[in-house]
Design a protein around this ligand. Structure first.
Ligand SMILES: [Zn+2]
Ligand SMILES: [Zn+2]
Ligand SMILES: [Zn+2]
Ligand SMILES: [Zn+2]
Length: 103
């Protein structure tokens, strides 16, 4: 019998996406805007060594992943039209008629 890992409790912050492919739920420490993935500290280090050419914009999630425009808001939505992660305020204002999905 295969044990199915329970979904990590959501506290406004999705778990590490790279680890979740292997059914692990690691705490998100950073977010790569270029890849649109959340990463734990181990994956962040790996990711940075993989992409040494600074093409990737990696945000630290030390205090949650916050919107760069609305610094009080956490990133919780992904806009498929703009291809960027956004906050609820962005979602209501600039992306109100865009195709969005929750992160
Ligand atoms: Zn990346
Ligand atoms: Zn990870
Ligand atoms: Zn915003
Ligand atoms: Zn948008």
């Amino acid at each position: 019998m295969k044990s199915v890992p329970r979904r990590m409790e959501f506290r406004g912050e999705p778990p590490c996406k790279i680890c979740s492919y292997e059914q692990n739920y690691s705490k998100t420490e950073a977010f790569c805007i270029t890849c649109n993935i959340t990463m734990c500290s181990i994956c962040t280090t790996k990711h940075k060594s993989l992409f040494t050419n600074d093409n990737h914009v990696v945000l630290s999630a030390k205090y949650g992943i916050r919107c760069q425009i609305h610094t009080k808001e956490y990133i919780s939505i992904y806009c498929n039209t703009c291809n960027v992660p956004i906050c609820v305020v962005c979602s209501m204002i600039k992306c109100s008629d865009h195709v969005r999905s929750s992160l």
